[in-house]
Write a protein that binds this ligand. Structure first.
Ligand code: 4NP
Length: 147
């Protein structure tokens, strides 16, 4: 199973989802791969936002080694599941899909809700961490049952 987490900048939300799920996968000794990318290209090659690094560290997850990548259409072939954090990400990723098979891989990470963008609001990092953490546990259960 190869999973891609996608947000806008790939420096706040998707690095958290990437790091948290990676840790849970390791704890469960699952042979899955999780990576992340952004639909925007402004932060390519950068480490996650220092506030994202700090909140992850507070809860025992190290995301400091991650580097931002830009979502590419080739990723549709590389990953089995592509989780997007909000509806704009959903639109932007789906616009690059070539066929139905690509489109079927794209899902809102929170089923029917969006992960708010914490970039302009420091107070959102903690609740965003909690909501991503809870959902990562559910994703492991859901994907384990269906694969
Ligand atoms: P992210 O947050 O999509 O969760 O990584 C953002 C990061 C950077 C920007 C916007 C959102 N930005 O405008 O540079």
């Amino acid at each position: 199973m190869k999973i891609l987490m996608v947000c806008l900048g790939n420096i706040c939300r998707s690095p958290l989802a990437h790091g948290i799920l990676k840790q849970k996968i390791k704890d469960k000794q699952l042979n899955w791969v999780v990576e992340s990318a952004g639909t925007g290209d402004w932060h390519i090659g950068e480490a996650p936002d220092r506030r994202a690094i700090a909140i992850a560290k507070k809860y025992g997850v190290d995301i400091s080694g991650q580097r931002a990548r830009h979502f590419r259409p080739a990723f549709f072939n590389e990953y089995d599941l592509i989780f997007v954090m909000d509806r704009q990400n959903f639109e932007d990723v789906c616009a690059l899909a070539e066929d139905k098979n690509d489109l079927e891989k794209v899902q809102l990470f929170l089923d029917n809700d969006v992960v708010p963008d914490p970039y302009f609001d420091d107070n959102l990092f903690d609740p965003v961490f909690q909501m991503i953490d809870k959902r990562c546990t559910e994703v492991i259960e859901k994907v384990s049952l269906s694969s």
